[in-house]
Design a protein around this ligand. Structure first.
Ligand code: ADP
Length: 276
């Protein structure tokens, strides 16, 4: 624990002495350290593609100037590096946007089952390229919650993209929605949307750190897959904004399951009858 001590001399008519105020600054120092680490990480992530780009520009201006085959290859790599910078800047902007809104609870009606179906449809091409099969267990009837549809869509896009990318070629990605029910880890009724895969799974020691910015289990693989290391950090902030929580169950050889648990407001729903 660190303290900041502020002192003042007191010299009142009937009282003379020193006033000392001890202020616990541990949180402030930790926040400062996190900010510095974040800036260092962003600089590093941007410098890697930038260094590659300047290297290839030099080569194209010099040794490769008259070699059309090399020029085409280098231009291809430069395009991919520029794409990587674009993705990073896009994710940084999303993160700062979501962080700025974290205190404002979103309040639009969102049908969670429909949202998962639509998100899965938008990722059909990526799934086909990776020979991934979807196994959907989504209710036909609407499951309406209060939320921000665009941000929730981003949550499930990130989770399904990760399941496809890290689950590996030929894996099965499961999508399900259950509830509303009490006792899902939130006070009151909640609904749960789950994205799972039967891929290689994640070692226990990494699981609590997955939602940290730029944390990756295997940096090389993540970069190769086009990852920025910010996907799950964005997911966590969006879920916080919805007053929900995320649960990650995974073990090596057992696949991974990411469950998003969100508060259910019965007044919102068009659905009646007992919980599913
Ligand atoms: P990235 O941009 O690297 O994909 P994320 O924040 O989305 O960043 O994920 C952080 C890390 O969590 C990934 O680099 C990967 O190592 C791991 N991860 C995420 N989802 C899965 C999954 N379904 N299976 C195995 N590992 C995963």
């Amino acid at each position: 624990t660190t303290y900041r001590v502020r002192c003042a001399h007191l010299d009142l008519a009937e009282l003379r002495g020193v006033l000392a105020v001890f202020e616990d600054t541990t949180d402030m120092q930790q926040a400062d350290q996190m900010r510095r680490d974040f800036v260092a990480n962003v600089s590093h992530e941007l410098r890697t593609p930038l260094t590659a780009l300047s290297g290839f520009i030099e080569t194209l201006q010099g040794p490769a100037r008259d070699d059309p085959a090399a020029r085409d290859r280098f231009l291809g790599i430069m395009g991919r590096e520029a794409d990587r910078m674009n993705r990073l800047v896009k994710d940084l902007l999303s993160l700062s946007h979501v962080e700025a809104q974290e205190r404002m609870r979103p309040n639009d009606p969102v049908d969670l089952a429909d949202l998962l179906r639509a998100t899965r449809r938008s990722l059909t091409q990526l799934a086909e390229r990776n020979e991934v099969i979807f196994d959907e267990a989504l209710p036909e009837e609407p499951v309406i919650i209060s939320g921000d549809p665009d941000q929730l869509r981003q949550v499930f896009t990130n989770l399904i993209e990760n399941a496809i990318k890290y689950g590996g070629r030929g894996c099965t990605v499961g999508l399900s929605v259950d509830g509303p029910a009490p006792g899902l880890g939130l006070r009151g009724d909640a609904v749960r949307a789950t994205v799972s895969d039967d891929g290689p799974g994640i070692e226990t020691l990494h699981i609590p750190r997955l939602t940290e910015r730029f944390y990756r289990v295997d940096s090389h693989r993540s970069r190769e897959m086009g990852g920025t290391g910010l996907g799950l950090a964005i997911v966590k902030h969006i879920i916080n904004r919805h007053r929900g929580r995320m649960r990650i169950d995974s073990a090596p050889g057992q696949g991974s399951r990411f469950s998003v648990i969100l508060p259910y407001d019965s007044g919102r729903s068009g659905r009646s009858g007992p919980p599913a």
